[in-house]
Design a protein around this ligand. Structure first.
Ligand code: PLP
Length: 226
């Protein structure tokens, strides 16, 4: 299969525009396995998917040293399918989901890395904790009992708008909130270090706003065909 995008060149371009210590999750959702293989051949090992069945097929078929991130909204009844192999669940948006990931991870004697998803953008459809809901959840402390999940940081998506000032202000809000919860709950926990914001359209702004992990799809693999 000949790909109509130069995945390796795109990947190089994105990589070279990122500071060295910013992690790159290559978002491969809706792209066939050949696109992932091209990125893999160019050295990429971390990929993001957002549908359980699509991910299951790709995980089965592709090299086992790929680190898969589940980046979309994850339904609790799907957790059991990805628990054996998922490397990180990027968008935990409820205590219920966090507990289910913990439970399924325990069955496989694993510790699954997770990020808490914040809802800061204006769009009403976006998932995630409001800042207050996130504070409440952390304050309640039940998460401390969960031995099979590791809270590695925060994730969010900015509003899908052209106004760069608005995007920047949303990323800044997330970065300030990270500092707040890091100081209050994770000061002694080096694992809580990730600030995952930035996609194809806004990762340049995101890294200026202290992102440590960008999730980039279109800029690497081209437009998705749904
Ligand atoms: C699809 C998706 C991305 C990648 O979006 P692009 O604009 O293609 O870079 C990043 N994060 C999440 C949560 C997504 O669902």
């Amino acid at each position: 299969m000949t790909l109509n995008v130069d995945v390796a060149a795109n990947l190089r371009a994105v990589r070279s525009s990122l500071p060295e210590d910013v992690k790159l999750v290559a978002v491969s959702k809706f792209h066939p396995a050949e696109y992932i293989e091209a990125a893999y051949a160019a050295g990429q090992r971390v990929f993001g998917e957002s549908h359980e069945q699509e991910l299951a097929k790709k995980q089965e078929a592709l090299p086992k040293d790929i680190e898969w991130h589940f980046i979309g909204h994850l339904q609790t009844n799907k957790v059991k399918y990805i628990a054996p192999y998922i490397s990180m669940v990027d968008a935990v948006d409820s205590m219920k989901l966090l507990k289910e990931i913990n439970k399924q991870a325990a069955k496989h004697d694993r510790v699954i890395n997770v990020l808490l998803e914040l809802h800061i953008a204006e769009e009403a459809t976006k998932y995630g904790f409001t800042l207050d809901a996130c504070r409440e959840m952390l304050e309640a402390g039940e998460w401390r009992e969960l031995r099979n999940v590791k809270l590695c940081g925060l994730m969010m998506m900015a509003s899908n708008v052209d106004d760069e000032a608005q995007i920047k202000s949303e990323f800044d809000t997330a970065a300030t909130f990270f500092d707040e919860v890091k100081a209050r709950y994770f000061a002694d926990d080096d694992s809580f270090c990730e600030r995952s914001w930035g996609m194809s359209g806004d990762y340049g702004i995101a890294v200026k706003c202290r992102s440590t992990m960008v999730r980039v799809g279109t800029a690497i693999f081209g437009e998705r065909v749904y």
